[in-house]
Design a protein around this ligand. Structure first.
Ligand SMILES: Cc1cc2nc3c(=O)[nH]c(=O)nc-3n(C[C@H](O)[C@H](O)[C@H](O)COP(=O)(O)OP(=O)(O)OC[C@H]3O[C@@H](n4cnc5c(N)ncnc54)[C@H](O)[C@@H]3O)c2cc1C
Length: 306
């Protein structure tokens, strides 16, 4: 086991927009920071990230490359390409173990581990995910505007999704994929707005080179389309927050206060892991906010020790 006995002020688990922006702010605040990332973010299925001012349309990998280039101006920030396997200890005395057998010591920890998709259970969906099937209309709705779309959703979300998507295209069909049927009133409202609804399970997604051409239902119906929005089931990007005792919501989001503090002293979280608004700029801003809060805490603690 390799040990780095010098404690870092902060170990950041996860090097996406949240972790990277936190490291930038903390580096500029002259804190010793280690960002450990194993490079498995859920957005790497997509070619472009939209809606991030000054970076609209950049690929997720290019986003990270530019971020690291900028952060390199602050030498107290280090990076490790590794997986954090275990975190033990307590506030100001955390021990971080990695898959490569490294041992790091840290005063504070930030979980910026994002979320993970549960396995996609529709045949053919993984082939089109990130190419012509997307999860967030704010991220990819513009690219699919005025197209013939299929929206794969649940009865609960059907009306919300219909209203949302109608801002980008009027040509869309809803495929309800759960056991709960739509209520008669909901059907009437959708029908009044000319929205076709199918409540039959999907057999498969037809596509070529990642571009969807139709959604096939189990009763043989073919719904031609050139784009899909769907809502994957998500879980926390890592089990570590739960293992260390962080309070979690039922949907796997880490509970934090307005400063990014979790229920465990000295442990913070930012980005998708601690939010349900999945946008790169929001994740980055939560990373910055959490960094400010940790920096204050570290400075106040150091001040009190003198
Ligand atoms: C298909 C798709 C398209 C999207 N398009 C857009 C878009 O156009 N615009 C937009 O604003 N947003 C978009 N998003 C959302 C955006 O990608 C996320 O909101 C953002 O990446 C979240 O940043 P984050 O730093 O919180 O987490 P992530 O970017 O997910 O990063 C978390 C990192 O933590 C690492 N990690 C997890 N556990 C460990 C561990 N134990 N040890 C080490 N590393 C670990 C992961 O490997 C990962 O690299 C899209 C998402 C998807 C899925």
């Amino acid at each position: 086991m390799n040990e780095d006995r010098n404690p870092f002020d902060i170990v950041i688990v996860g090097g996406g927009p949240a972790g990277l922006n936190a490291s930038l702010v903390l580096g500029r605040a002259r804190k010793q920071v280690l960002v450990i990332d194993d490079q498995k973010p859920r957005n790497w299925v997509t070619r472009e990230t939209h809606g991030f001012l000054t970076r609209d349309g950049v690929s997720p990998r290019e986003f990270r490359r530019i971020a690291k280039e900028e952060i390199a101006a602050y030498p107290s920030v280090q990076f490790a390409s590794d997986t954090v396997m275990e975190i033990t200890g307590q506030n100001n005395e955390f021990v971080v173990k990695t898959a490569e057998g490294k041992l790091y010591y840290a005063k504070k920890v930030i979980f910026a581990v994002g979320k993970r998709d549960l396995p996609l259970d529709i045949k053919g969906l993984s082939e089109v995910y990130g190419k012509s099937a997307f999860v967030c209309p704010y991220c990819d709705g513009w690219e699919l505007r005025n197209r013939q779309l299929v929206i794969i959703t649940s009865a609960n979300h059907a009306l919300h999704m219909a209203k949302l998507i109608s801002g980008w295209t009027s040509q869309f069909t809803l495929c309800i994929q759960d056991d709960t049927p739509l209520e008669a009133e909901q059907k009437q409202e959708l029908s009044r707005h000319g929205v076709q609804v199918y409540e039959v399970p999907i057999e498969s997604i037809r596509s070529e080179n990642g571009m969807v051409s139709a959604v096939e239902l189990t009763d043989g119906t073919m719904i031609p389309c050139t784009g899909i929005f769907f809502q994957p089931k998500l879980q926390t990007g890592s089990d570590l927050p739960k293992i260390i005792g962080c309070e979690m919501t039922e949907t796997g989001t880490i509970v934090v206060d307005a400063q990014g503090r979790t229920s465990v002293p000295g442990v913070f979280s930012a980005g998708d892991a601690a939010s349900e608004l999945y946008q790169a700029i929001t994740a980055a801003s939560l990373g910055a906010l959490t960094a400010v809060s940790i920096n204050n805490e570290l400075n106040v603690e150091a001040w009190a020790r003198c």
